[in-house]
Design a protein around this ligand. Structure first.
Ligand code: GLA
Length: 741
């Protein structure tokens, strides 16, 4: 049993394979958090909380008379409320019609259910076979009638707890939800660092590690998308924790819009972390008998370092977030024409690239931006989802069929949330764009955003996309979104519901994605937002892979993919070999560096292969052959970060979960005179097995050298020394294979 409830339904122990999460409804009916960490028994840890009468930390009315040591300002709480004496950051803030903002939640019972819970209209972690358990803890405010159900879904074997809250107005008067965190986690003891992932367009998800000190540390987004700037995934790690050692906690928000993840270290040294929709642009009118569902947070804990925590997230995303046919199917090797042609193409040029790439073994051709309306540049036509047959020289169906006749699949780019002012759609429906009354809207890439809170807008997009998907032989869609959203005002929502727009937008997005993915289950959807501007577990529920960054420079990608790997598995990161010199940075790298880096993601090409030299074409064939040989390992292997990308080389590894095989990749950033040895310690092997260790790859190396035979324990503990790199960006791939297989 993952959920143990004792002491007359008041002490809750949530056990997973390696972790325990405990809280208690105390004698005053407050829900107090007592423990999250390594697996322990059901011992009541409430007794271990320190009780001291602290000045300026008051007491609830009845309690204060008998116990001045009891304060909501110092206790670890399971779901903190605003206004009743807890002065730290609060999970819940509610306004009544009177203007009152005080809310106080008391324990009101529980329920346990088999299987994981679902959330209406929102993505959520699921299990294929209905396993898992759900605990629902009920709380209520006795004055205003607000009822809050805290949901805890448990996947025992993966050390995963998924949390969210449902708020129901059981009173007669309308309530206004002003802040509704999905989860509050109070860690009463210990010093922690916060690991978060910041960035910008073309340089997403850089790792930031900082000490959580007294005060508030927060990351978030008000851009309407989860954003390039901060990713909705954080790790709290003990200050001494490394990849392999120490305690760490993760929170991954299953949501693609505005979010806030905040931590506060309080006067007693307690660390609180909250995760939820960003209250900055949020206010939800909750009429009597209505409910509001918060998005889900995936929580996990590892007592053995950050690497173990990352693997928990990799596994839950692959097995319990990604759905449908593409959950277990490898993405075909694709070629995308964007960096090959930008808008400058016609049917003939496309066919030529397709023809050449098919001969090299590429399996899917993706036609990017520019195939519709009069879209010959990025100033116009978004919304006019009708093929430009003049430009293509044929119908889109005919083009698709031609590509298929070359033995490839056909894929198409859409940007369904955008509208250009210069478009037929805008001329017909100017009110479908988000703009604020009396003001000129802010533009980005000269485009506006469609009002996804409107049913008619959603129906139009579904209609246009379904028309194309059902008449053209398409097996892949790239779903793009190319700006941050401001001017968040809907011409259909009443004044007192404008604060709901940002969340309603995301609900609209999920509605369309759900409809399309259900109606076209064979189509592979890839998410994109100017690269990785919406790389989150919410999108991965609909799109099993996401274009990781518009920056295809192999050297920069090492850092972007490294940062992304903390919370997301490599197979979710779209990664392509593009031209050299690179279009974003101007840097030149070899074809083999670019391919090695792209193999740490869903592999593809994005360059004009029709102008490549013969030996380059030959090399691409070899790369695809190598990828196919090792695809299972790259797709399903256990991924390890072996170095930080600031060192001279960046190394990573894919290890087979049965421990029979591993591939280690290393890219040297820069050679130096009198270079020191590059030495790494591969992981995930069986200590007693003897392995053959040899250099591998599609290019000329010291391949003919006899492989070394080393034990797993020698490889993992003593490590291996890599060959001396000859130039910047030099690649080394080491294949480690069980000698007896
Ligand atoms: C975004 C995407 C690119 C490409 C362009 C097309 O920037 O991230 O990959 O599709 O749009 O306009």
């Amino acid at each position: 049993m993952a959920i143990n409830i004792s002491e007359n339904g008041r002490l809750f122990n949530l056990h997973t394979k390696n972790t325990t999460y405990q809280f208690k409804a105390d004698k005053y009916d407050y829900l107090i958090h007592t423990y999250y960490g390594d697996l322990i028994d059901d011992t009541d840890l409430y007794t271990q909380l320190s009780a001291v009468d602290r000045g300026f930390s008051g007491n609830p009315y009845e309690i204060g008379k008998e116990d001045r040591k009891y304060s909501l300002d110092t206790l670890p709480l399971e779901y903190s409320c605003f206004g009743t004496g807890d002065f730290r950051i609060s999970a819940l803030k509610v306004r009544e019609n009177t203007g009152n903002q005080t809310v106080e939640l008391k324990y009101d019972g529980y329920e346990v259910k088999k299987g994981l819970y679902k959330i209406e209209g929102l993505p959520a972690v699921y299990t294929d076979d209905g396993t898992g358990e759900t605990l629902i803890v009920k709380l209520k405010d006795i004055v205003n009638g607000l009822s809050v159900s805290l949901f805890y879904g448990i996947i025992e074997e993966k050390d995963i707890i998924v949390r969210s809250a449902v708020l129901t107005n059981k009173g007669k008067e309308t309530l206004w939800l002003e802040k509704t965190a999905s989860a509050c986690l109070d860690l009463p003891f210990g010093d922690y660092d916060m690991l978060s992932f910041y960035g910008r367009h073309n340089m997403e998800r850089n790792l930031s590690r900082r000490k959580i000190d007294h005060g508030i540390t927060a990351i978030g987004s008000t851009r309407g998308t989860s954003s390039h700037h901060y990713n909705p995934f954080v790790i709290l790690a003990e200050s001494s924790a490394t990849e392999e050692f120490g305690r760490c906690f993760g929170l991954s928000f299953v949501y693609s819009g505005n979010f806030l993840m905040e931590t506060e270290k309080d006067q007693t040294g307690l660390t609180r972390v909250l995760c939820g929709i960003n209250p900055e642009e949020f206010s939800w009118k909750l009429n009597s008998e209505e409910s509001f569902y918060t998005p889900q947070v995936i929580m996990s804990y590892s007592g053995h370092g950050i690497s173990g925590l990352s693997d928990n997230y990799h596994r839950v995303i692959v097995e319990n977030i990604i759905r449908g046919k593409w959950k277990n199917k490898k993405c075909p090797v694709l070629i995308n024409n964007w960096e090959a042609t930008y808008f400058d193409f016609n049917g003939e040029k496309i066919e030529k690239i397709a023809e050449e790439s098919a001969q090299m073994g590429v399996e899917l051709f993706v036609l990017d931006d520019g195939w519709f309306g009069k879209r010959d540049n990025d100033n116009c036509a978004l919304g006019d989802w009708y093929p430009n047959e003049k430009k293509l020289g044929c119908t889109l169906k005919e083009l698709g069929e031609t590509i298929i006749s070359k033995g490839m699949h056909f894929g198409l780019w859409f940007e369904p949330e955008a509208i250009s002012e210069d478009s037929d759609l805008y001329r017909q429906h100017p009110d479908w764009a988000l703009t604020t009354p009396g003001r000129k809207p802010s533009v980005a890439r000269n485009q506006l955003v469609l009002d996804y809170s409107r049913k008619d807008v959603l129906e139009y997009i579904i209609d246009r996309m379904e028309d194309i998907l059902s008449t053209v032989p398409i097996s892949y869609v790239k779903w793009d979104m190319n700006r941050s959203i401001c001017d968040k005002y809907s011409s259909l929502l009443p004044a007192d519901r404008q604060g709901e727009l940002a969340h309603r937008y995301v609900l609209g997005l999920y509605y369309v994605l759900e409809k399309l993915t259900q109606d076209f289950p064979d189509v592979l959807f890839e998410g994109c937002s100017g690269g990785g501007g919406r790389f989150d577990a919410g999108m991965l529920y609909y799109t099993p892979q996401i274009w990781c960054s518009d920056n295809t420079d192999a050297i920069n990608r090492l850092r972007i993919q490294y940062g992304t790997s903390f919370g997301y598995p490599p197979r979710t990161m779209g990664s392509h070999v593009s031209a050299s010199p690179n279009h974003q940075t101007g840097r030149s790298t070899t074809l083999r560096t670019r391919a090695a880096v792209a193999m740490a993601g869903t592999f593809g090409y994005e360059l004009d292969v029709s102008i490549l030299k013969e030996e380059e074409k030959q090399e691409i064939k070899e790369q695809i052959k190598f990828l196919k040989e090792h695809n299972e390992l790259l797709f399903n292997g256990h991924y390890y970060r072996l170095t930080v990308p600031e060192d001279i080389c960046c190394a990573w590894e894919f290890a087979d979960r049965d421990k029979n095989e591993a591939l280690v990749f290393s890219v040297c950033y820069r050679v130096e005179g009198n270079l020191l040895p590059l030495h790494i310690k591969p992981k995930g092997l069986e200590p007693d097995i003897k392995y053959m260790v040899s250099e591998s790859g599609w290019y000329e190396t010291e391949k003919d050298k006899e492989p070394l035979v080393l034990s797993g324990s020698a490889i993992m503990n003593a490590g291996i020394t890599l060959p001396v790199p000859r130039e910047d960006g030099d690649v080394c791939i080491i294949h480690i294979k069980n000698k007896n297989i």
